[in-house]
Design a binder for this molecule. Structure first.
Ligand SMILES: [Zn+2]
Length: 346
């Protein structure tokens, strides 16, 4: 099984997922929307590899826990967004709102007033059960905290939109640590060969066409194509220019102890996923150290990915103690992938 991200040809997904940092850097995954100026971020560690233009596209961040290597990127994000008319939503575990407020309180905001850019941060704190409490920090209000209210969740879906939703689970890292899954509602693949046969260009019009398919637009729904005559959804589907299938699922799990409870929860979240980004930063010879820090080894991470039968497994968050030994970690991860049954600590 490959342990790097593969890009399928002729298939256009709703998002393109990728690691923010190289494997020895902080954990973090960017979900970059195809044909849209929008991105979602899993974890808020070191963001320095992301250019300003990319950071500025992020409107939703999901924080696993507030250890420094998962939250220190808050400042860089704030700096890029501060002078924009935008709303940044940050989701996370209990303590998130206080953490956001503490970050904001560490700066002096005397220059902010009602004429400042209308930028705000919404902290959405999940109580690990069925409540999501939102608080707002507005630049025009010098980032004073306003409690917006509590949403009762029917399921642990922290964000639900027509095209996708984001699920969360709680894992044990000595403290609660969240793992996330991005679930596309319906995959709409674009077949380039069929587009070529119809002399249709690839472009942003496909986003609108896919939105129509996902919102169950009828076969008579008209799709406008720049430089070409309008076509109906029915035309595009019957010519197999657009083909539907199950939506893409991208899972992200970091900082978890190798316990039965964690493995079982993670398998439920990640089972059959298209991608699993998973921490696996310790060599097997140091598994006692990994266990004491409530982390996975590369071998354990690989075995979880194999048991979850994911299409692509991407290891991340390698411990700096192994700088220069990246290949050993990858080999142990691959060995784990060959094992179908993770044997967790009870
Ligand atoms: Zn941690």
């Amino acid at each position: 099984m490959p342990v790097r991200i593969l890009q399928e040809r002729h298939v256009v997904f709703l998002v393109q997922p990728r690691l923010v940092n190289e494997p020895f850097g902080d954990a973090g995954v960017l979900l970059d929307f195809t044909f849209k100026s929008r991105a979602i971020l899993f974890d808020l560690g070191d963001l320095s590899p992301l250019p300003a233009g990319t950071v500025s596209k992020i409107r939703h961040v999901f924080v696993s826990h507030m250890h420094m290597d998962h939250f220190a990127g808050f400042d860089r994000m704030l700096r890029f967004l501060l002078n924009r008319t935008a709303e940044l939503q940050i989701f996370g575990p209990p303590g998130l709102t206080d953490a956001v407020e503490a970050k904001l309180r560490s700066y002096t905001w005397n220059l902010l007033n009602e004429t400042s850019a209308d930028f705000s941060i919404i902290a959405a704190e999940w109580n690990l059960k069925d409540e999501l409490t939102r608080s707002r920090f507005k630049a025009r209000g010098r980032f004073d905290r306003e409690t917006l209210g509590v949403e009762v969740l029917a399921s642990p879906r922290l964000l639900v939109e027509p095209d996708f939703h984001i699920e969360a689970i709680e894992l044990d890292h000595g403290i609660p640590c969240l793992a996330f899954a991005f679930q596309e509602s319906l995959r709409v693949n674009v077949h380039k060969t069929a587009l070529d046969q119809l002399s249709l260009p690839v472009g942003p019009w496909l986003t609108e066409a896919k939105r129509l398919v996902r919102s169950h637009g009828g076969p008579g729904a008209v799709v406008q194509i720049p430089g070409h005559r309008d076509m109906t959804l029915g035309d595009l589907l019957s010519a197999k220019a657009l083909v539907t299938g199950p939506g893409e699922r991208v899972c992200y799990a970091t900082d978890l102890a190798f316990t039965d409870a964690n493995v079982s929860r993670l398998l439920t979240l990640a089972g059959g996923s298209d991608y699993l980004f998973i921490e696996g930063g310790f060599l097997d010879e140091d598994k006692a150290i990994a266990a004491s820090k409530r982390h996975l080894t590369a071998l354990q991470a690989g075995s979880i990915a194999a048991a979850a039968r994911v299409a692509r497994a991407v290891p991340m968050h390698f411990s700096p103690r192994y700088l220069g030994q990246e290949q050993s970690l990858i080999e142990e991860f691959r060995a784990g992938l060959a094992d179908q049954a993770p044997h967790a600590d009870p």
